[in-house]
Write a protein that binds this ligand. Structure first.
Ligand code: ADE
Length: 240
């Protein structure tokens, strides 16, 4: 079974609407919905915002369901000038940028015994790119796809100085509030994962307005690409 998690109701709405044969169960106030989408058995969850919610959600998902891999989807702020609203970011690494043991000589984001960069599953990254290409390649006005580092922290960032720091410290391309918590939970449970985000805002002073006005459109984009990723996973399984 494939786990699909998004933080906000808008980010999972299209998945809910398009799933078939659904059943729900509630754990820790979160509603897990099982069913099928694009030929795959999935469990869908709206985790709520932030790293704590994402951690609880992911651990329960792994404990209660027969999870082979997890896809976290939703929106992100851009940290680089060439990534605009509607473009897509796929994690090759995720980092908890606000984890700070620098007082003890460690680097920002570095956890004892784990390190700082948590690697997403390379096969899922590749299949996500493949899914994206099968929708958008050769299309006029296609969004861009970038594979890169996504940083996560418990703050909505709307600050130019923070963007520069995040870019320089982590080589990050996008910021959000859950991916690295999911990545860490998957790492310690040995479950492959990927984070796929559509850019909703510039993480600068007008990020709030940008985010609110683009939430629906960006969620539609992410849904399309995750659906295509599920098809790519089905094709890969059929070819094996
Ligand atoms: N998710 C989408 N945009 C974001 C931002 N600017 N900061 C944190 N999380 C986000």
């Amino acid at each position: 079974m494939i786990g699909i998690i998004g933080a906000m109701a808008e980010e999972v709405a299209l998945f809910r609407e398009n799933m078939e044969s659904t059943e729900t169960s509630t754990h820790a106030r979160m509603e897990y919905m099982t069913g099928s989408l694009k030929g795959q058995q999935i469990v869908l969850l709206q985790s709520g915002i932030g790293k704590v919610n994402a951690t609880i959600a992911t651990q329960i998902m792994i404990d209660k369901f027969d999870i082979e891999r997890i896809i976290f989807t939703g929106l992100a702020g851009s940290l680089v000038p060439n990534l605009a609203r509607g473009d897509v970011v796929v994690s090759n690494y995720v980092v908890q940028y606000d984890f700070d043991l620098t007082t003890f000589g460690r680097r920002h984001g570095e956890l004892p015994d784990v390190g700082r960069m948590i690697e997403a599953d390379p096969t899922l990254v590749k299949l996500t790119c493949f899914g994206f290409d099968s929708i958008f390649k050769y299309e006029k006005d296609s969004p861009q796809l970038v594979v890169g580092t996504i940083v996560s922290g418990d703050r909505f960032v709307s600050d130019e100085r923070k963007i520069e720091w995040l870019q320089r410290e982590f080589g990050a391309v996008a910021i959000e509030m859950e991916g690295a918590a999911v990545g860490y939970t998957c790492l310690v449970n040995e479950v492959p994962f990927v984070v796929l985000r559509t850019i909703s805002d510039s993480a600068s002073s007008n990020a709030k307005d940008e985010f609110e006005s683009y939430l629906q459109q960006a969620s539609n984009n992410s849904f399309k690409i995750v659906s295509s990723l599920l098809e790519a996973i089905s094709h890969k399984a059929a070819a094996e």
